[in-house]
Ligand binder design. Structure first.
Ligand SMILES: Cc1ncc(COP(=O)(O)O)c(C=O)c1O
Length: 477
């Protein structure tokens, strides 16, 4: 919940909360029939005593604004404001409709806790901690920015100047050859994945994704009606021959890979497997989507050349993002592929929102051209490697043989296997109780007993405390 009580105000807390809910009801934000959160949940969200919420709900009931029934919770009254029940839209029915499947309950639970948790440790979020954002560098770049003369609709593929910069950026950082007309600027990598699933595939199509995979946490694959088949990941990524067997059994139409510092496992596809995957893709005529948000966050100078860099036949759709190297709220991602595909997706983009706002694109263009960018990347790698080391040594020291993990050579995550039978749901709930969040493996399609820990979101000095708390969670489950 974004709203917070004002503890310095003269008004009592229960009254502030009463007025907040009363306003939501009178503005129609909580229409008649809306189920309000339980007393316990609202107390937790607002960080107040449960008795305060009980008092608020009693007052709301006394003034006729809500109805309370044992076993079915507290609902906004259907008779208030002269609205008859038959004239009331049943929003629940609409909410359950639509083509978008809601996010998984466990992910929703973790996200909503992350918003309200105070003095806790968030090892679940995939974002950088605030001290890793290049604020000064952004400010200096913004000072150079002149306001555009034309604020009309932009090209749906994205600002031409940014696409040109992107073409030389991917050449110098990833050895990918492309031109501005084959680049589509998207609202993060996420939108690129969404456009691909909606525009290039049909309901019922079979696709192969890594198992486990970030993509399992995205209901957008199910929303598009795709049939998903897993390619097991080992320390060298997926086994290319598994693609062949999946193709023979299910006629898969597309392969989604996150081959470098894979989320959640941190592993990278070896160079020999990269070549073999490309051969198979060409032999079977199956395109590959290469999702590559973190390959620049390498800790050992090992070069992981993207599949796209070897791709001469246009079989690879390459997705990049600034979320993990600059900041995720900038919402800058890109898709590189054959021009016909880019044109098709740009047309869809035009139908959806006429393209991304010009402002983050202008900023991204300046950022990527600035001589500060490579220095920022170096700083980021240095910071992340220190955090990784701090977390891995705390994990070894404090949790010893209770868990197993491979030290990641890049990226943001450590993938841990817990060496006993453990229920993911219980683990997450115990974590919430002890104010520590992490991603359970099941949201990535792995069996119970795995967790993904982000080392980029906590400061170095917080790591040990966080791991000690994790140990307490494991003790209690
Ligand atoms: C593997 C992977 N792909 C795509 C995304 C989406 O990133 P973006 O913020 O660019 O939409 C994420 C975000 O965590 C990710 O981990």
């Amino acid at each position: 919940m974004e709203w917070k009580v004002d503890r310095d105000a003269d008004k009592p807390l229960y009254q502030q909360i009463f007025e907040y809910i009363e306003e939501k009801i009178s503005y129609g934000e909580y229409p008649p029939g809306t189920l309000l959160p339980s007393e316990r949940k609202l107390a937790q969200q607002l960080n107040v005593n449960r008795m305060t919420i009980a008092h608020v709900y009693d007052e709301l009931q006394a003034s006729g604004l809500v109805e309370r029934k044992k076993g079915s919770g507290t609902r906004v009254s259907t008779h208030k404001w002269g609205i008859l029940p038959k004239g009331v839209t049943n929003w629940r029915k609409y909410i359950e409709g639509g083509s978008f499947i809601p996010s998984y309950p466990l992910i929703r639970r973790i996200r909503s806790e992350a918003k309200v948790m105070e003095n806790g440790y968030n090892l679940a979020s995939g974002k950088l901690s605030s001290d890793l954002f290049p604020t000064q560098y952004l400010q200096s770049v913004l000072a150079e920015q002149t306001f555009p003369n034309d604020l009309g609709y932009e090209h749906p593929q994205g600002l031409l100047s940014l696409r040109e910069t992107m073409a030389s950026y991917v050449k110098s950082y990833h050895d990918i050859n492309t031109t501005s007309s084959s680049v589509l600027i998207t609202s993060g990598a996420q939108q690129a994945l969404h456009l691909i699933t909606q525009c290039l595939l049909n309901p019922g199509d079979a696709v192969a994704i890594e198992a486990p995979s970030y993509c399992y946490s995205l209901p957008l694959f199910q929303s598009a009606g795709l049939r998903i088949f897993g390619l097991p990941v080992d320390t060298n990524g997926v086994n290319p021959e598994d693609i062949v067997s999946l193709y023979e059994k299910h006629k898969i139409r597309m392969i989604f890979l996150n081959p470098t510092y894979h989320s959640p496992t941190g592993s990278s596809l070896s160079n020999s497997r990269r070549k073999r995957v490309l051969e198979i893709s060409a032999e079977l005529g199956i395109p590959i989507v290469e999702d590559d948000p973190v390959s620049l966050l390498s800790f050992d100078n090992e070069q992981h050349t993207p599949l796209k860099s070897y791709d001469k036949s246009g079989n690879v759709l390459y997705i990049g993002s600034l979320s993990k190297v600059i900041g995720s709220s900038l919402r800058i991602g890109w898709l590189i592929g054959p021009q016909t595909v880019i044109n098709r997706l740009a047309d869809a983009r035009e139908q959806i929102d006429f393209g991304l706002s010009v402002f983050p694109q202008m900023i991204a263009n300046l950022l990527l051209q600035s001589s500060e960018y490579p220095k920022h990347l170096e700083f980021l790698r240095q910071e992340l490697v220190e955090r990784r080391d701090e977390m891995t040594s705390a994990l070894k020291e404090i949790l010893g043989n209770q868990i197993e993990f491979t030290i990641p050579k890049g990226g943001l995550f450590i993938w841990c296997k817990i060496n006993r039978n453990i229920d993911d749901q219980k683990l997450v709930e115990e974590g919430i109780k002890q104010k520590i969040l992490f991603m359970p493996g099941s949201v990535y399609g792995s069996p119970n007993g795995y967790v993904r820990l982000t080392f980029a979101h906590l400061k170095k000095e917080e790591m040990r405390e966080a791991v000690l708390r994790l140990a307490d969670v494991l003790k209690n489950v």
